[in-house]
Design a protein around this ligand. Structure first.
Ligand SMILES: Cc1cc2nc3c(=O)[nH]c(=O)nc-3n(C[C@H](O)[C@H](O)[C@H](O)COP(=O)(O)OP(=O)(O)OC[C@H]3O[C@@H](n4cnc5c(N)ncnc54)[C@H](O)[C@@H]3O)c2cc1C
Length: 493
């Protein structure tokens, strides 16, 4: 749905085939991080998420026994680099219904709900080279001719299966336990995540609505079966919130945790996003967040390909490389860190809770907050990012500019920032790129841009090219960052 909305904002129509008729009623992913809020801002639904979710300027990890703060992810510190300097606590059934309402009200998106995708065939020479097959609720078979097929069909993706791909990686030996519980008003503080030091396990709780908390236990004892889960949730709630705090158990789920990723996220015109492409354990809360980021990366590339501007192979292989690398470098290490903590001897976990380890080693750590926020992406090895500069591949900070924020100036094919304004000797070359040109904001100088003369920003706010001279000598690299191979002739520099 995020991808369909992002495409629709760019004027591209799509068809969604969805097996269910109504969204899944369970809370599942309950925390959306700042970068995800930027994605939702770009697809036009941020205000609804702000209205229906709980905004958290801090995500604090606090010791359950005395509520002492062990770690403080302070998103206020990100104010200079994003207008989404908060995490939003919101259950996934609400997230799904906000997206569904937006999908239903957009004439460019056709939703076939209650329909099951059954397969596809490819005829590479055709105008619309993919025939997508699906079955409706009454059992009738249908087919659609499509330009692209995107498998956003979750962990058991049938699209991935038809591609003959598997999710490679590992399954952890421990089983996670999730429970949503209602807590008495006296014990309900809106002030952050709570961690409990268990002898055998590692337990965190996050509040996602008044009085409603998600408890996440990294290793549920093997002897607890499905009919004991509600009672187990009550025991955990009483340990975390106090003996009289538990009111009721709303939902529980116990499952195996995975760290898995497909060896490629695309084959020809068939592409994978979200859980269909990668799976991680719920530790770190990156599952839904990272799937939405896939969609954001892909939307402008499909648009550039469909409009005839960009090179399909280059753009789609860049999607594959960039999002696989984001999973490997940003998502997997976070969840792995929690698993290592879980697997560590009990005394290591106790030490971590004593503020000696977490408190001193990480402190109120901005670096970890930044990673959790997903604002600090690095797509450095992408085939479209060939310019040799450390800034290339990173997200451009959304600094304040006279017109508001920098991101709001980025147009359909991006934005060019020039230290000397257009009209100088490089202006003519830059205008051929077909993107707006603006002055490089002084606020970027404090963020590593001192000495930079020219910057190309991609539509997804990633820095595609940087020049430290005011020449366009490496013009090929700018075009490549846009995914354009057949560039128009430039005026010689
Ligand atoms: C119990 C649980 C707890 C979780 N907790 C968290 C958390 O705390 N934080 C976090 O970030 N993530 C969490 N996740 C993960 C998060 O829910 C997923 O990462 C996210 O939903 C992935 O989104 P998706 O769109 O890729 O796939 P899904 O949400 O799985 O959506 C796939 C859609 O495809 C449809 N579909 C599947 N096959 C077909 C077919 N053949 N034809 C038609 N339609 C089909 C399905 O009906 C479904 O609507 C949790 C997941 C579970 C199960």
């Amino acid at each position: 749905m995020t991808l369909a909305l992002a495409l629709a904002r760019r004027g591209v129509g799509s068809v969604i085939i969805e097996r269910k008729v109504e969204p899944d009623p369970h809370s599942r992913a309950v925390l959306l991080f700042p970068r995800t809020m930027e994605v939702l801002r770009d697809v036009g639904v941020l205000s609804e998420f702000k209205r229906r979710g709980e905004l958290n300027a801090h995500v604090r990890l606090r010791r359950a026994s005395d509520r002492h703060t062990l770690l403080d992810f302070d998103f206020n510190r990100l104010d200079d680099v994003t207008d989404c300097n908060f995490a939003v606590a919101i259950p996934q059934d609400v997230t799904d219904s906000i997206l569904l309402d937006a999908v239903r009200s957009d004439a460019r998106i056709t939703l076939h709900s209650g329909c099951q995708f059954t397969g596809f065939e490819e005829s590479p020479g055709d105008d619309r080279p993919i025939v997508v097959r699906f079955r409706d609720a009454a059992g009738s078979e249908h087919a659609i001719d499509a330009l692209f097929l995107v498998g956003a069909d979750g962990a058991h993706s049938a699209v991935r299966e038809h591609l003959g791909l598997e999710l490679d990686g590992k399954t952890y030996p421990t089983r996670a336990f999730l429970a949503d519980v209602e807590i008495a008003p006296e014990a309900d503080s809106a002030d952050g995540l709570l961690m409990a030091a268990q002898a055998k396990s590692f337990v965190v709780s996050v509040r996602y609505a008044p009085g409603i908390w998600r408890i996440i236990e990294q290793d549920i004892p093997a002897e607890i079966g499905p009919d004991q889960e509600a009672k187990h949730a009550q025991q955990l709630a009483e340990e975390i919130f106090g003996p009289a705090a538990w009111r009721r158990t709303i939902w529980t789920s116990a499952y195996k945790k995975h760290e898995r990723c497909a060896s490629t996220f695309r084959r020809g015109a068939v592409i994978l996003v979200g859980d269909a492409a990668h799976l991680n354990s719920p530790a770190g809360g990156q599952g839904l967040n990272s799937g939405m980021r896939d969609a954001h990366n892909l939307a402008w590339k499909l648009d550039a390909t469909l409009s005839g501007r960009g090179d399909r192979e280059l753009l789609l292989s860049s999607y594959d490389v960039e999002q696989r690398s984001a999973f490997a470098h940003d998502v997997a290490p976070l969840t792995d860190m929690v698993e290592r903590m879980q697997a560590a001897p009990a005394w290591v976990r106790k030490l971590a809770f004593s503020n000696l380890w977490i408190g001193r080693a990480l402190g109120h750590d901005t670096a970890l907050a930044l990673r959790l926020s997903m604002l600090f992406i690095d797509y450095g090895k992408s085939p479209i990012l060939v310019a040799d500069d450390g800034l290339v591949g990173q997200r451009i900070p959304d600094v304040r500019v006279p017109a508001g924020r920098l991101h709001s100036m980025i147009a359909r094919w991006g934005l060019l920032l020039a230290r000397k304004h257009a009209g100088d000797d490089v202006g003519e070359n830059l205008r051929a790129l077909g993107v707006p040109i603006a002055s490089l904001p002084a606020a970027l100088d404090e963020r590593g841009f001192e000495g930079v003369e020219l910057v190309y920003i991609r539509p997804d706010q990633i820095i595609g090219w940087v020049s430290r001279t005011s020449h366009v000598a490496d013009a090929d690299a700018v075009w490549r960052a846009m995914g354009v191979l057949n560039k128009p002739a430039l005026v010689s520099a």
